[in-house]
Design a protein around this ligand. Structure first.
Ligand code: ADP
Length: 340
């Protein structure tokens, strides 16, 4: 390996300072995802012992579950550098060139939202991933010629919320493929306790459990809820936090017992009220809610599907009896009234 500087996270402006403060810095600091953690630890350990380059890794799962955290911890474990790119920003092969030519031996290139890479960029990546070389075409027409440029061996870590959109040739080039699932309330409560310590918020276990239950199995949401409760407490309760203050703060944000917020419930209500419970296509729901289908598919649906509040059928989305029951049990709070 030629470079051992601390991994440089190259898109700090995308993370608020507190998000960086709460993000675990080492894999050992991560809570939950034990099976994924152990498999990655073995692969990293083996690569280190053999002095080899770690195989390419694909991480998939809903937003906020720790894909970026794993991707930023892996190079630290390897003692190597990190470059961060986003699939959405890599419009043409030339956009990838600076990253590929900058890789040092054994370093990590993280591409977030890798399902958004255009096909031309994806094909440009194939030889880079497989043989550590790129083919560059110079000139046009009959004068065009292709030169092969060797690259230093590196590890590509790809993250996606939509594993289904990744083409089979791309998927097959990843040696390690891991799916991140929602966290248990116990793991989330532990994350909340650790974040509370980092934010210097005194927090009892009952409050941590309550926030965990209302965070949709997602560490990012748990941390966001925690920050809101801190603000609420500072403004309304002279900084004290107990279960009543935590509940009042969450209710003020329209977060219900299951952890759904106003937008999640608006989605359920749209299916139930406007489309008679479904089945209804995602585009029709998105149009009615003035939202993007991507937002609904990435941020809203995975948890509602997981809780069996909606189902996906060949003819569209349908609300389940459990979903109807959940809507029926909701208090008609201010946050709901605001939605329609
Ligand atoms: P993703 O890339 O999957 O959208 P991130 O890795 O950015 O999610 O995680 C969001 C936030 O959640 C991080 O900033 C971190 O604070 C927290 N987080 C995620 N996974 C864990 C974990 N396993 N242990 C502790 N905190 C975590």
């Amino acid at each position: 390996m030629e470079s051992f500087r601390e991994p440089s996270i190259q898109a700090p402006e995308e993370q608020p300072p507190e998000d960086r403060a709460l993000r675990p810095q080492r894999m050992a600091d991560m809570v939950g995802q034990r099976a994924v953690y152990e498999r990655l630890e073995i692969a990293i350990d083996a690569a280190r012992k053999r002095g080899d380059t770690l195989g390419h890794i694909l991480l998939d799962g809903p937003p906020g579950l720790g894909k970026t955290t794993f991707a930023t911890c892996i190079p630290r474990e390897l003692g190597t550098t990190l470059q961060i790119a986003s699939g959405a920003a890599l419009a043409a092969p030339k956009d990838l060139l600076p990253y590929l030519t900058n890789v040092s031996e054994g370093s990590v290139l993280f591409i977030d939202e890798i399902h958004r890479l255009p096909i031309a960029v994806e094909e440009f990546l194939y030889p880079a991933m497989e043989d550590f070389r790129i083919d560059i075409t110079l000139g046009d027409g009959v004068a065009a010629r292709t030169i092969n440029m060797p690259l230093r061996p590196f590890t590509l870590v790809g993250a996606t919320t939509r594993a289904g959109l990744i083409s089979a040739p791309m998927r097959d080039r990843f040696v390690i493929r891991e799916h991140l699932d929602y966290y248990s309330p116990e793991d989330l409560a532990e994350i909340i306790r650790r974040s509370a310590v980092k934010l210097q918020m005194p927090m009892d276990d009952v409050s941590a459990d309550e926030i965990a239950r209302r965070s949709r199995g997602t560490p990012r949401l748990a941390n966001n809820r925690l920050r809101w409760i801190r603000d609420f407490s500072t403004s309304r309760a002279a900084g004290a936090i107990d279960i009543d203050i935590a509940r009042s703060a969450l209710e003020m944000q329209g977060i219900d017992e299951l952890g759904l917020d106003g937008f999640d419930r608006k989605y359920l209500e749209t299916i139930q009220r406007v489309f008679g419970g479904g089945p209804v296509g995602i585009e029709a729901i998105a149009h009615t809610m003035s939202s993007a289908t991507d937002t609904l598919e990435d941020d809203v649906e995975p948890f509602l599907l997981r809780c069996e509040l909606v189902v996906r059928t060949p003819r569209g989305r349908r609300i389940t009896p459990r979903g109807e029951e959940h809507l029926g049990t909701l208090p008609q709070s201010g946050s709901q009234a605001r939605l329609f």
